[in-house]
Design a binder for this molecule. Sequence first.
Ligand code: ACO
Length: 325
Amino acid sequence: MKRRSVIIGTGSHLPQTILSNDDLAARLDTSDAWIVERTGIRRRHIAAPGEFTSDLATAAARQALEAAGLTPDDIDLIVVATATPDQTFPACATVVQHKLGMTHGVAFDVAAVCSGFLYALTVADALLTGGAHARALVIGAETFSHILDWEDRTTAVLFGDGAGAIVLEAQMQPGDTASDRGVIACRLHSDGRYNDLLYVDGGPGSTGTTGKLRMKGREVFRHAVTNLSSVMGEVLEAASLQSADVDWVVPHQANLRILEATAKKLGLDPAQVVVTVDRHANTSAASVPLALDVAVRDGRIQPGQLLLLEAMGGGFTWGAAAVRW
Ligand code: ACO
């Protein structure tokens, strides 16, 4: 028998306000046609004034708990992946902990921007399989609308707000094989040489301001396809699996062209890729758990299937995980 972390519930939350490409074209020199052709994005959700990352995260967490048939009392670990916490500190995770009415357990944030959920999942998996914790809420939540330069058409059209969450539970599974349920393997990477391709031009320790997102999109695109296909291959190898074993890719939703090019490199059918970028745009750390929740709730993801989760983001950071549903 082997201790494995198994996803036993998913949830998500999107702010009510929807901003279409036409809404953006009314205030920026852009068009629905350009945005759809280059990115696949049609609309995005934007948080209301006073609606914070912790609010989205808490709503997603509650839904994941409900799906798992659990209450906050059953959780002893909260890991929130976010680049847009309500405040510089305390950690968004402790705000979520408080909003859930929890006074026990451990809560902390992970900062790896768009790869944040893969980082949070990897850390939570290690804490669960190592025996330190029993059940975790792993959350990706962002309000990138707060760090966008709404005058910059090269970035403003790409992002949206939202949150996704999973409940991860340590369970004893029959053996250390790829047919056991749960997280089979995770692989992470980072390379700080590329900090200047995707960053925020401010911070508490430099400008004393939050700053705005800046990106050299074309160069990010080039690195994304290479890094993502490479780490997906790496995680499959670590799990002693091949691309033919994969049922669903649940990718970070940055750009439809990146999703399709990455799947093609691995020899996967685009129909096996869960796509939400058209509806959600890029929600950074929230995008993988949001897409996962969509595909679980619409019945695409079925017990026994193999999922490949992947993401890449600022830093650069990137990672992948193989999960048996
Ligand atoms: N509307 C209209 N025109 C635009 C817009 C816009 N919103 N934005 C840029 N343009 C113009 C540019 O000014 C440029 O004009 P020029 O030729 O006169 O100079 C032209 O469109 C082409 O610009 P490029 O940047 O070369 O366009 P590209 O085809 O590379 O698409 C995009 C840009 C969509 C940003 C793409 O590079 C991309 O998706 N990169 C990945 C970035 C990303 O997803 N980052 C998210 C975080 S990292 C991650 O998640 C993987």
